[in-house]
Design a protein around this ligand. Structure first.
Ligand code: GLP
Length: 245
């Protein structure tokens, strides 16, 4: 596991975007799975800046949406796809035919999940998985208790996630109770994983997930087993933890 700790949020966003950009430059047809959330928003802004200022080329990447709420289509601004589109996909030269997202309006969401998992494999697997760290240690929609062998599937959206997204959906009752998410196994099969966390409120979870025991109670703790994990955090998230450097 490689750690990068940046002093400010701005430096964190820039360094994180640079890390993603370096991978795209090295392998322009990278298959990348994108998380949404408050953590990645600033990082995606910096990626857009790299596209505008340094002509970072997204035209050959294959983009996968990490997770989605049931019934939230691209026209719903709270959907993961709409947010990714607003923050990144719509602002860079990504080929729309290379954006892979969940048909969250489909009647058979289980089939959608199975097809998504298969499609990832058919395309050759994910080169880079971009992850945020849930307040309870979730990754994607893989909530505490998820077995490590879980693949892409329909999931219950966790209570903490419902709380966290109430404002975005307009009210707690409006947050979908079901979602679809890449599984832990699917995530662990990625060539590389970048886990991003910023802010004081993440310190305790950074400690539990990355410096504590590996347990399904803290889904992100499984990432310790990944040979190509890079953790990029800001000083606030690092707090007074003794981060191995
Ligand atoms: C959400 C999403 C994840 C995200 C995580 C962290 O619920 N399902 O994809 O990475 O929680 O969110 P944030 O960055 O807002 O803390």
């Amino acid at each position: 596991m490689k750690w990068i700790v940046e002093q400010s949020t701005e430096a964190f966003n820039k360094r994180s975007a640079r890390a993603i950009a370096e991978l795209i430059q090295k392998k322009p047809d990278s298959r990348i799975s994108f998380a949404t959330g408050s953590t990645t928003k600033g990082i995606y802004e910096e990626l857009v800046a790299l596209h505008q200022q340094e002509a970072l080329d997204f035209s050959r990447i294959e983009a996968f949406v990490l997770d989605e709420y049931q019934g939230a289509s691209q026209t719903n601004p709270a959907s993961c796809l709409a947010r990714l589109h607003a923050q990144l996909f719509g602002k860079v030269n990504i080929d729309p035919s290379r954006i892979h997202s969940f048909d969250s309006l489909a009647e058979d969401l289980h089939q959608v999940a199975a097809d998504y998992e298969r499609n990832i494999a058919v395309l050759g697997g994910i080169d880079l998985q971009i992850l945020g760290l849930g307040a309870n240690g979730h990754i994607g929609f893989n909530e505490p208790g998820t077995p490590f062998h879980a693949i892409t599937r329909v999931v219950d959206v966790g209570e903490e996630t419902i709380d966290a997204r109430a404002e975005m959906f307009g009210a707690r009752e409006l947050v979908p109770r079901l979602g679809v998410s890449l599984g832990i196994k699917t995530i662990m099969q990625s060539g590389k994983i970048y886990l991003f966390a910023n802010g004081k409120h993440k310190t305790s979870m950074v400690e539990q997930a990355l410096l504590g025991p590996i347990t399904p109670d803290i889904p992100a703790s499984v990432l310790q087993l990944h040979p190509e994990l890079t953790v990029i955090i800001d000083q606030e998230a690092a707090g007074s933890l003794s981060i191995p450097r």
